[in-house]
Structures are given as structure tokens and as C-alpha cells.
Ligand binder design. Structure first.
Ligand code: SF4
Length: 637
């Protein structure tokens, strides 16, 4: 029996595939080896992991737009020639007019080739859709020299204090949450920090509810209390750090966050007393314009308490695409452009650029000013998941969209390339504990659809690039294992024969942790809309809405408002409302809920609420505001 990886969230759960005549595939739980999912169990998405693949809506042949949204079938030869000739025309003079975007669910091999393709064309304008969440977290960990405390799932179970910050683990990472519950059954305390009451908070011994965007004030107060009462001398803070921390008494933090000072002191005591602690965090703190500062500060707190850490990632390969260098400022293996000569030699190309490229947010802005001529989008529906993306795509001369289904993004494309699903190609992905896992092909792609890596090899050869003569993904993984230090142990011979996967090769770092403090904080006028995810939905629904069992249960997700706000605004259950921000509007049906903090509104991520976030890029941090925004609410008559 083959063992495969779930194609949804970053937990990296595994399952056996059983082929049967009556049904194409059956899943069998993995109970005999150590896999990320405890006892081999899967969540509803995992149990439905094959459903989307056999949908009749699959893209099966290359398509060319004859007018916006109207397509005709073309051959692969014509599609490749047309794209290659467009790219060649920019390659000579202005490769930075091209932008390359990938979703966080493409395999390591396809991700590696995608950035190799972009960089060999001459541009570092390359990014992935997990950048402003997981990418920010990984960068913060590496910049802090704190990789050595990056936890595995087993270490969650061994902890006696678990802090879950800005994540509804029970809903979005149910199989990681099982590890938390196992620790709880052995006596661990669970602290959840989240403005909402959620399925996760039901299991918490303490729940702190900071107002959206104010987490950094809470972290600073905790650092302050730890300094007073514990190992302040062992941490090398600068004078400016001490000045920032000194301001954050529990009472001052209460004013900013709404969390009672007594509760902050209680949590600080728990942290000080914990023998083995861990902090897990999610997009609830990472996707703000101060996300990098918040994560660095969380790491500072963790280093003072000698806690483990675990950043959570929404997509099955958010970790891998970041490792592979689908980032505008980092090369594969997190090398900076100071190391560009290493890749010039490895890829036999002296022309590689060492100029930091555009990230997604900046490319969307630049496209609207006419400075981007083409987007190549692989496995991402940015027209729905990013504010202003639709406008940006409409201002662009040429769009290549490579995907498994028609989406709002492929609708705007000039050429659509039909891709294979995750299960229709061999390949590896890396989960959030940095476990690299091989997943074999379990069926052939339908009709003319092809794996992403195979499309990239054809295209690169047509463009005239060398170094893309791969016939199997194993050959690409071999190249990765020779160039990316973290994957040095994951050569194809070993990885394909190790069903438990292989954890990043870490080396031993003797570098001290670099502590960091900040009090940079976004400000919002209430009501504030925050976006949230549901267990049976994934990203913009491209796969889950084609999975009948998930679609039946997780449709029409409501906008949740508090009871206080409902009576203040005269809104009741099932009213249709319009949320209006500076960037647009989102319409949905209301449910009044006791779980919501007054002044906040909870909207489902999956149906396009993200489009109304602000793409204003913070001048100091360079990050957009992607988790929360001020809005108005009105009834739709
Ligand atoms: Fe798949 Fe994530 Fe569910 Fe595991 S927790 S089965 S990886 S969606």
C-alpha cells in the first residue's frame, strides 16, 4: 500500500491508499508507524482528500482567452510557444516586469523549479501566498537564531504548559490539537490567547482576549514580568529594549489590550513555573503589519522561559515553498543574495540578479501603476485571497494561470495551463514541524493535465534555459538535497524509503538567541473585521467546494457579531449585511454569537472577505495588514 500526505493544511498528516475497483481510492489510517497524525486519524478535510480530484470541473486541456472570461482549447505546443515567446521578449531587457506567484500547496520539487525558472530568467520577483503568515514567522525564527527550539509534535505532548496564540487549533489543525489534548490528559495546562471564544478555548485553563492588533502590548507586559521575577540577567537586552519593556506594566497593557492586569500576572506566573513549555502561534498574530515584530517578541518571551515554539501554517507546503526560496528576498535554503555566487555556479548562470524582488503585495501595487507586464500564477487564487489583486490582474498585459480548477484568477488569464493534483504526481512536501515527506502518484492526471514541475521543465527548455532536463521529480529532489542544507538528508533514495519522513537537517548552532522588542502596533477603529477559517473549508474553496461531503456541510458560513453589537446596530440572526472597508465590501448572512468580543466581527476567510483588507504597506515593516481591518456594517435591504 502507498503512503501519502494530506494535501490540505500544514500539519502534514499521512494516510495509506487502498485501490479498489468500485471506488478509485480508499483511505486507511496509518497506525503502524510514527506519522504526524496521532494514531493515523484524519480531520474531515483529510477524510475527503480524494473527492476534489475526480470532480468533473477539472481543467484538462490548455486554454487561451479570446476575450475576458471566454476561452478556446489550444495544444500544449501552442500554449508553451506563446508563453515562451512572451517571456523571451522581456528576458533580454526587462525581466523585472514579470512576476511569479505560487500557492503554498505546490510540492517542493515544483516550488524549487518555479523559483529557479524565475531567477534564471533574470528576476527575483517571486513570492508565495503564505509569505505574510508563515514566511514572516520562519524569517523571525531564523533572524532570532531560535531554530534549535523549533518543536516537533512529540514535544507538544511532553510539555506541561502550552500557550496557543492567535490560532483556533481545534478547527484549523485538528490533528495537531490532538497532541495538545494528549498533553492535557497528562496534566498540562493550556493557555489560549485569542479575541474569540472558539472550540479551542473550551479546553483552556485560561483564555486571554486581547483586542485585535494589540498582542504586542501583552507580550511586552509578560516580558516585563518575567524580567522582574526570573532570569533577566541571562538575556541581553539593549537600553532601547529595556526602555520599551519598562513601559509595559500589566496595568498599562490592560489599557491597550483589554486583558485584565491580574490575568496577565497570572499567566506570567504560569510561564515562570512551567518546567517544559511551548508556544504555538498562527495567522491571528502573524498576518498583521507588525507581524514580524510580534513574532520576534514572542520568540524573545519563549527564549526567556526556555520554551519550545511551533509556527502554524495554513497550507500543506507553506514550509516547503519558503525553504525552496519562493521569496523575493531569500534564495533556496534561506541564503541571502550575498550568496548569489553559490547559485551562479550551481546553475551555471553568471547573469543571476542579486537585487531583492517584489513580494506579492508590492507586485499588486506596481501592477496597478503599470509596472508589471505579466503574472505567472501557479496554484493560487489571488483574485479572491488578496485585496486589490483583481484590479492588478486587470491592469496587466499577460497572465498565465496554472491550476487544477477554474477559479476567479484563471478567469482573468490569457493562457490557462491544466495542472495535475497533488496525488497525480510524485513529490515531497514539508510540514510545520519541518518534516519532509514523500508522497507518490496514486493516479494519472486527467486528459492533458500535467504536473507543475513537468510544465516548468517544458517551458524553461522552450525559453532556452539550461538545467531543466528533469524526467522525474526524484531528480529535482536530488538537486535540492545538494543545494539546500536543510534538505541534505532528504536525498530521494532515503526519503522515498522513509515513510515517517525526515526532519530538516539542522546542524548545530552555537549562536546565542537574538532578543528583540518592539511596541509598533496597528490601530483600528471599531468595528474590526477579522477573518477566520473553518475545519471543512480550505483557502478560497477551490478544492473543498469540489468535494461533495465538505461542500454539503461547510457552505454559507456566517458573519458572526456579538450580542451587544447586534442590539446596538439593530441586526438579528439571518439578516443579510454588507461590511464596507476602504478596499471594498463583503456581503454575508449574520449569526449573533456569544463567542464574539464586542467591537469585532468575524468573517469567513474562504468566501472573499480577505479582498476588503487593506493592502496599505507599512513603511517601516514593509508588511500589509491582512488579518483585520476597520469596517462599517449595514443591512442589505
Ligand atoms: Fe489534513 Fe490538516 Fe486535517 Fe491533517 S489536520 S487531515 S493535514 S487538513
Amino acid at each position: 500500500m502507498q503512503i501519502i500526505t494530506c494535501p490540505y493544511c500544514g500539519a502534514g498528516c499521512r494516510a495509506y491508499v487502498k485501490k479498489e475497483l468500485s471506488r478509485p481510492f480508499m483511505i486507511e489510517y496509518v497506525t503502524d508507524i510514527n506519522v504526524p497524525n496521532d494514531l493515523g486519524k484524519l480531520c474531515p478535510k483529510g477524510n475527503a482528500m480524494f473527492e476534489h480530484m475526480i470532480s468533473k470541473e477539472r481543467l484538462k486541456v490548455p486554454l487561451k482567452a479570446i476575450e475576458e472570461g471566454k476561452f478556446v482549447k489550444i495544444s500544449w505546443k501552442d500554449a508553451i510557444n506563446e508563453i515562451a515567446s512572451f517571456i523571451r521578449s522581456y528576458m533580454k531587457d526587462d525581466p523585472n516586469k514579470l512576476m511569479f506567484l505560487a500557492g503554498g500547496k505546490v510540492s517542493n520539487e515544483s516550488a524549487y523549479l518555479f523559483q529557479k525558472f524565475a531567477r534564471n530568467i533574470g528576476t527575483n520577483n517571486i513570492d508565495n501566498t503564505s509569505h505574510f503568515c508563515h514566511g514572516v514567522s520562519v524569517k523571525a525564527i531564523l533572524d532570532s537564531n531560535f531554530e534549535r527550539n523549533w518543536a516537533t509534535y512529540e514535544e507538544i505532548e511532553e510539555s506541561n504548559l502550552i500557550v496557543i496564540w492567535g490560532a483556533n487549533l481545534a478547527e484549523t489543525f485538528p490533528l495537531i490539537f490532538r497532541r495538545v489534548l494528549k498533553a492535557k490528559s497528562k496534566g498540562a495546562k493550556i493557555i489560549v490567547i485569542d479575541p474569540r471564544k472558539t472550540k479551542t478555548t473550551k479546553f483552556a485553563s485560561a483564555h486571554l482576549r486581547p483586542f485585535p492588533g494589540t498582542d504586542i502590548a501583552l507580550i511586552n507586559a509578560l516580558i516585563n514580568l518575567l524580567m522582574e521575577r526570573r532570569n533577566a540577567k541571562s538575556v541581553l537586552f539593549t537600553a532601547s529594549d529595556l526602555e520599551i519593556i519598562g513601559k509595559y506594566s500589566p496595568e498599562y497593557a490592560e489599557k491597550l489590550t483589554g486583558v485584565p492586569a491580574g490575568d496577565i500576572e497570572k499567566i506570567a506566573r504560569e510561564i515562570i513555573l512551567a518546567e517544559k513549555g511551548i508556544i504555538l502561534w498562527g495567522s491571528g498574530i502573524a498576518m498583521y503589519s507588525n507581524g514580524y515584530d510580534v513574532i520576534r517578541s514572542v520568540i524573545t518571551l519563549a527564549s526567556m522561559a526556555n520554551f519550545k515554539i511551533l509556527p502554524l501554517a495554513g497550507q500543506n507546503n507553506s514550509q516547503g515553498v519558503t525553504d525552496m526560496g519562493i521569496m523575493p528576498d531569500l534564495l533556496p535554503g534561506y541564503r541571502t543574495y550575498d550568496d548569489i555566487d553559490f547559485f551562479k555556479k550551481a546553475w551555471k548562470n553568471d547573469e543571476l540578479s542579486d537585487e531583492i524582488g517584489l513580494d506579492i503585495a508590492k507586485s499588486i501595487k506596481e501592477a496597478q501603476k503599470g509596472n508589471i507586464s505579466a503574472f505567472y500564477i501557479m496554484g493560487a487564487n489571488i483574485a479572491v485571497s488578496f485585496p486589490e489583486a483583481e484590479k492588478a490582474l486587470k491592469s496587466t498585459e499577460f497572465i498565465i494561470a496554472q491550476d487544477i480548477f477554474p477559479t476567479q484568477t484563471t478567469e482573468l488569464a490569457d493562457i490557462i495551463l491544466p495542472a495535475a493534483t497533488f496525488f497525480e504526481s510524485d513529490g515531497s512536501t514539508t510540514n510545520v514541524e519541518r518534516r519532509i515527506q514523500w508522497s507518490p502518484r496514486v493516479k494519472w492526471p486527467p486528459k492533458d493535465a500535467k504536473p507543475d514541475w513537468a510544465i516548468l521543465c517544458e517551458l524553461a527548455t522552450a525559453v532556452g534555459l539550461e538545467g531543466f532536463g528533469f524526467y522525474f521529480p526524484e531528480e529535482i529532489l536530488h538537486e535540492i538535497s545538494t543545494l539546500v542544507p536543510q534538505y541534505a538528508n532528504a536525498d530521494p533514495r532515503t526519503l522515498t524509503r522513509t515513510p515517517e519522513g525526515i526532519i530538516w537537517n539542522m546542524g548545530s548552532s552555537s549562536q546565542p538567541t537574538k532578543v528583540y522588542t518592539s511596541d509598533r502596533m496597528p490601530s483600528f477603529e471599531p468595528p474590526i473585521m477579522i477573518t477566520v477559517r473553518y475545519v471543512g473549508q480550505f483557502q478560497t474553496g477551490t478544492m473543498t467546494n469540489r468535494s461533495p461531503s465538505l461542500k454539503a456541510r461547510w457552505q454559507n458560513l456566517p458573519i458572526l457579531i456579538s450580542e451587544d453589537d447586534a442590539s446596538k446596530w439593530g441586526i438579528k440572526d439571518d439578516d443579510r449585511v454588507r461590511l464596507v472597508s476602504e478596499n471594498g465590501e463583503y456581503i454575508g448572512t449574520v449569526k449573533v454569537s456569544k463567542t464574539i468580543l464586542p467591537g469585532t466581527i468575524k468573517a469567513p476567510w474562504h468566501n472573499g472577505a480577505n479582498r476588503i483588507m487593506s493592502l496599505r504597506i507599512d513603511e517601516e515593516t514593509g508588511l500589509p495588514q491582512m488579518k483585520a481591518c476597520s469596517c462599517t456594517i449595514e443591512k442589505v435591504e
